[in-house]
Design a protein around this ligand. Sequence first.
Ligand SMILES: Cc1ncc(COP(=O)(O)O)c(C=O)c1O
Length: 391
Amino acid sequence: MIPSVLPTYSRAPLSFVKGEGSWLIEADGRRFLDLGAGIAVNALGHANPALVKALSDQAQSLWHTSNLYQIPNQQALADKLVEHTFADTVFFTNSGTESCELAVKMARKYWYEKGAPDKTDIITFEGSFHGRSSAGIAAAGSEKMTKGFGPLLPGFIHLPWGDMDASKAAITDTVGAILVEPVQGEGGIRPMADSDLKALRALCDDHDLLLILDEVQCGMGRTGRLFAHEWAGITPDIMMVAKGIGGGFPLGAVLATEKAASGMSAGSHGSTYGGNPLGCAVGAAVMDEMTAEGFLDEVNRKAGLMRQKLEGLVDAHPEVFEEVRGAGLMLGLKCKAVNADVVKAGYDNLLLTVPAADNVIRLLPPLTISDEEIGEAITRLDAAAKAVENA
Ligand SMILES: Cc1ncc(COP(=O)(O)O)c(C=O)c1O
């Protein structure tokens, strides 16, 4: 008999009743150190007091009005995002997938309104993940995600990851945009080289294409900058955001330049819940924390510490781990052992990590993780690796 929850996930036999900072707690009191953070969502830790206050205060006054009216919290959050990024304008969504939908629509509408309705193709890269909607799976293109869900949304050209020659060669009159994650998350924590991101920007400039960045997983302080593309010194035309921006409350956004957004007029897009007062109150609190003096410096310092300790761990367990990869606190351990076995051994040692493609385990702790917790994480990873070695 089919379970009452549609069985699209193979879930671990763990269930949490409480979260505190970097910790998740089961009903029996067992405390797990959380290096998954809800897959890069709880960027400021569980039950962060500033976020709890923002949500509770807003919950006392107003939950929802619809986008038929002015929403001051939405305006305030949009202003903060515009102030701290390349963007001139923001549309709020409830998830990364919805951000992908709008990013694709926005790019196509841009060209349509410019009198080039045939420029519908979007270049994407293998190993990408852009969500599970029809546009998201078609954009990523992997068999695993698309099989059985046809006919797929047309108009995506899939190229080998980071292949700049192929990118150049793929540009034709029907290509209107390039879509890429600066650091692939689901694909196995694969950062695109800064030089390649620069090259993609240059290609877009030379051929008058829109550069769409998917920063759903790598954005919001994860790599030590507010957004990962900042390391490469480039800016996109359109950017997808979600996960960390809500710190655990469902919130996403599409950020865009005035030019890229110029096709989107009243009535061209909408969302019942997007930009609701609750989500935007939390998002504003997240932005205030992340843009506070010294916050990102601390992320970078802790990222350095964690990476150094992980390199030691890899050296100590060459049969289990192959290398450390990633940027900031978006780290991956490429495994020699089966990654699922390492994740499972982590559970046995009260440590949560997240598997990814390419036989990687992801370490995406809350950005607020302490030095002591980093040390504890390494101790538990070490115990997990020993268990895998002895299995
Ligand atoms: C890079 C990237 N894009 C899009 C998505 C989809 O986001 P959501 O699951 O919030 O719809 C994800 C989710 O993991 C992601 O990592």
